[in-house]
Design a protein around this ligand. Structure first.
Ligand SMILES: [Zn+2]
Ligand SMILES: [Zn+2]
Length: 634
């Protein structure tokens, strides 16, 4: 996530004394200046001439579509409205601040991002300067720019052009904003131009199988060809053919497994009577991949979910429709939630109800019980108490914004949501952008789980693989369990790149997935399973983690006992490094699983005392990992 002041740039950051609603002192990671700035922005008055005018892309002078990460040239014309722009007023070019567009600049003609700005108005003198990343200011001087007069902006005018976003999307905005009277406050033009950004060259293949199946069942193998950043639909993919091999058998060209224009192919296959099925695939000139493992037998069904990600409606990439289609077709997820920020980004959901309505409309279009579950939600982006998600399971629900004094504290949020089919959960809770204030106990009804891992890394414990950046000591999820909180574990991507379910492809710290143990694939069954904490977390790989304590599923509460049997089975994607039993705050036992792809065992756990918890952590040699939800002892 980028710093908000760099996105808006128009406000002096106000340092204020925050007035929390409760007596609690602010947590050490609180950033009260951010909500203060957001509120000041809400209260600032726009001049009638702000945000007036129109702008469009000149197709003959522009590279349409843009290709991800490649240089191009884009020509934009701005035409002043009747109210004009006064001397000292300004037009801004705000290139989509997410993720990787060149900053427009006017000082180095040979360098990337060079931008030419000219006015077709005698006597008007323009003073152009880069104000911040991706932000160019064009101040009107000499005389006012009158209605109908134009400014021509060529972004990428030099030999190096301007570099496009590294992530593909259907409409990447080249925003124009207008400050008509020169008071420093600017307003975006709603019809600012956009360009589609398409994938670069084919560079990788992803193959997915469901993780469990019954003997003799037919399952779908899905394949997607992606570019190096994980974008779908590279050029020429329609001519490619997928070759698949099962368990090392000789590969053969599979008839019917051609790719559609998005680079997605699907093929039905029959599973064997027992064992673990793994499929390898090859496409083009040696782009190959292995699938996740499929365990055949009577194991509980696993639904793969990514419950946290952002679209261009806040600080991510792509439309809600782009996001949902990628989740279902490319990442082959069973369950997805789109969770844009309540009040963060150029047009926040909290102040643009039409965008929230559009999100919910798309979610309803994609939700298909039995095939794909889509959930509407948002990120309650509190810069005081930490970020939480709000997921609405009945399609209803509003944006209760963390900037709104009625919902600025977690307890106010929970009060407003009580009794509804809603879940909340904290994320990047040990640090990262902001840590969770664990002094406030999670609501037992609304918040039965927590997101322990995402692109920010792991908040489970300091010795986790890819442990989170800027950790707050004593604030890990293991510490929260030590406070007596009963939290099941989820992973989710927090993808901002338009790749829900595959956030790990473009992230150095891995991604995040939630495995939900549910035989049914409906909103109701998913909610029931998460409330019962029948979930586990991974940092991206679809590892199968099975465990029971004296016959109880993970997430269950059990009575104290002298002796219990812990059964576990790990079916990994890459060879295992360690499999550990974590009990009461520390690694209590390590199993002999090093180097294995599959590891099963039963062990005795003695003297389980009230208040304890036990969970399993399985780590692969490549850092991929899975964490079961804890068993809790009453
Ligand atoms: Zn967040
Ligand atoms: Zn997020």
């Amino acid at each position: 996530m980028k710093a908000y002041p760099r996105i808006l740039g128009q406000l002096v950051v106000l340092i204020v004394v925050a007035c929390g609603i409760e007596e609690e002192p602010l947590p050490p990671t609180a950033q009260p200046e951010i909500p203060a700035m957001l509120r000041a922005d809400l209260e600032a008055l726009a001049d009638p001439a702000d945000g007036k005018g129109s702008a469009w892309l000149v197709p003959s002078g522009s590279d349409v579509p843009a290709v991800a990460s490649q240089a191009g040239r884009w020509e934009i014309v701005f035409e002043a409205a009747e109210s004009g722009i006064g001397v000292g007023g300004a037009v801004y070019l705000q290139i989509s601040p997410f993720w990787g567009w060149s900053t427009p600049q006017v000082v180095a003609p040979q360098a990337v991002g060079f931008t030419e700005v000219t006015a077709s108005a005698d006597g008007v003198e323009l003073e152009v300067a880069t104000l911040d990343e991706q932000l160019l200011r064009i101040v009107v001087g000499g005389r006012p720019l009158a209605g109908g007069e134009r400014i021509r902006i060529v972004y990428g005018a030099g030999p190096a052009g301007a570099r496009a976003d590294r992530f593909a999307e259907s409409h990447s905005r080249l925003w124009i904003a207008v400050d008509g009277d020169g008071d420093g406050r600017r307003v975006l033009l709603g019809d600012s131009p956009s360009v589609p950004v398409v994938a670069g060259d084919a560079a990788r293949l992803v193959l997915h199988l469901p993780s469990t199946a019954r003997p003799g069942q037919r399952v779908e193998v899905t394949a997607a060809v992606l570019d190096a950043s994980g974008n779908a639909g590279p050029a020429g993919v329609g001519e490619m053919n997928l070759q698949i091999a099962v368990d090392g058998a000789v590969p053969g060209t599979t008839p019917g497994a051609g790719f559609d224009e998005r680079g997605v192919a699907a093929q039905l296959m029959e599973v064997p009577e027992s064992g673990v099925l793994r499929v390898r695939g090859t496409v083009g000139d040696g782009i190959d991949a292995a699938s996740n493992p499929l365990v055949v037998g009577d194991s509980p069904r696993i639904l793969w979910a990514d419950l946290h990600g952002h679209s261009a409606l806040s600080d991510g990439t792509g439309s809600p429709g782009d996001y949902l289609a990628y989740a279902r077709d490319v990442a082959a997820l069973d369950v997805v939630a789109l969770t844009d920020h309540d009040h963060w980004g150029l047009e926040p959901l909290a102040t643009h109800p039409e965008l929230w309505d559009e999100t919910r409309r798309q979610i309803e279009l994609f939700n298909e019980p039995g095939r794909f579950v889509a959930l509407a939600g948002y990120e309650w982006t509190s810069w005081i108490y930490g970020h939480r998600h709000v997921l609405y399971f009945d399609g209803e629900g509003e944006i209760l914004s963390s900037v709104d004094p009625r919902y600025e504290h977690p307890r106010q949020l929970w009060r407003a949501l009580r009794g509804t089919a809603t879940l909340t959960f904290a994320h990047h809770s040990a640090g990262g952008p902001i840590a969770t204030d664990w002094r406030i106990p999670p609501d037992p009804e609304l918040e039965p789980v927590t997101e322990i891992v995402s692109v920010h890394g792991s908040s489970e414990a300091p010795d986790s693989p890819f442990s989170i950046y800027r950790p707050l000591p004593g604030n890990f999820v293991r510490d929260a369990l030590g406070r007596g909180y009963r939290l099941g574990f989820l992973g989710s991507g927090d993808s901002h790149d338009g790749h829900p379910g595959l956030a790990q492809l473009a992230s150095p710290r891995g991604g995040g997935l939630a495995a939900i143990l549910s035989e049914e694939l409906t909103r109701e069954s998913v909610l029931e399973a998460v409330r019962a904490r029948r979930v586990y977390a991974t940092n991206g790989p679809r590892i199968v983690l099975e465990t029971e304590l004296d016959g109880h599923p993970m997430g269950a509460s059990v009575r104290p006992r002298d002796r219990a049997e812990l059964a576990l089975g790990i079916t990994a994607v890459q060879p295992l490094s360690t499999v550990e039993i974590v009990r009461a705050g520390r690694v209590a036992e390590e199993l002999e699983c090093g180097g294995l792809l599959e590891c099963r065992g039963r062990l005795q756990v003695i003297d389980l005392e009230a208040g304890e918890y036990v969970y399993i952590r399985a780590i692969q040699t490549d850092g991929g990992a899975a964490w079961s939800s804890p068993f809790f002892v009453d």
